[in-house]
Design a protein around this ligand. Structure first.
Ligand code: NAD
Length: 256
């Protein structure tokens, strides 16, 4: 379905971003990877799907590096057809204890980076009259949890940004939507599982059960594969008129 298209997925060396990149690659899209850590495994997992893959190591907190990433994608593949704004970090602390530099980093990576990539991707999408901007927000774009002020503020901002871009492109073949996962067992969440296990003196399995039972009625983690399938749906012709939604995949979290 996506043969000949190019997808740029920020923060795609791990977790949800990698799951979405793999799902888009399975549909035939060429992939631009970004992020830190085990780049070679991520690259190999995409190449094994028979598409072209490129990597750029831009730090998504830095606008000049984001510009270089967008130029790299355009130079390598011509243009970006599918932009997945996924890079994100978390920090957990009460507002009065929240490190100022963590606040700034979370706002920059989880929110402002989506503005910088989108503003640079839209002209070519408009010219082609086809494009998909998919923002990986969170249930925390819809509801709050204590001790996650920066993350909740950034993700609510990202949902608002999604709606604005959807309105500005509403009469074109470009759509913009957000995905709002509940708990997904990635390195970002494993850190929170580890913190809970240490704080309560319980096992890893018990900490996971406690984490789910606080928020997620299904008592199941959403998977990167399920989120990848939702991203593929947003790229399909069936979703041509799906615009500005914040689609939660959260085991019933925000239904409560
Ligand atoms: P993860 O830690 O597994 O992956 C994060 C990715 O972002 C990695 O590839 C990492 O290298 C990259 N990254 C981090 N800082 C970066 C920076 N400055 N520049 C470039 N890349 C950077 O986390 P994940 O759980 O897969 O999270 C992906 C997205 O999903 C995030 O936006 C997160 O907020 C969102 N999310 C996660 C969950 C969850 O339960 N895991 C739930 C809702 C939303």
């Amino acid at each position: 379905m996506l043969k000949g298209k190019t997808a740029l997925v920020t923060g795609s060396t791990s977790g949800i971003g990698l799951g979405i990149a793999q799902a888009l690659a399975r549909e035939g899209a060429n992939i631009v990877l970004n992020g830190f850590g085990d780049v070679e495994s991520a690259r190999a997992s995409i190449a094994a799907l028979g598409v072209e893959v490129s990597y750029h190591g831009a730090d998504m907190s830095r606008p000049a590096e984001i510009e270089a990433l967008m130029q790299h994608a355009a130079q390598t593949f011509g243009r970006v057809d599918i932009l997945v704004n996924n890079a994100g970090i978390q920090h957990v602390a009460r507002v009065e204890d929240f490190p100022v530099e963590k606040w700034d980093a979370i706002l920059a990576i989880n929110l402002s980076s989506a503005f910088h990539t989108t503003r640079l991707a839209l002209p070519a999408m408009r010219a082609a009259n086809w494009g998909r901007v998919i923002n990986v927000a969170s249930v925390h774009g819809l509801v709050a949890s204590a001790e996650k002020s920066a993350y909740v503020a950034a993700k609510h901002g990202l949902v608002g940004f999604t709606k604005t871009v959807a309105l500005e492109t509403a009469t074109t073949g470009v759509t913009c939507n957000a995905i709002c996962p509940g708990w997904v067992l990635t390195p970002l969440v494993q850190k929170q599982v580890d913190a809970k296990a240490a704080a309560l003196g319980v096992s890893n399995e018990e900490a996971k059960r406690l984490l789910l039972s606080e928020k997620e009625p299904s008592m199941q983690f959403t998977t990167p594969e399920e989120l990848g399938a939702l991203a593929v749906f947003f790229c399909s012709p069936a979703a041509n008129n799906v615009r500005g939604v914040a689609w939660n995949m959260d085991g019933g979290w925000v239904a409560q």
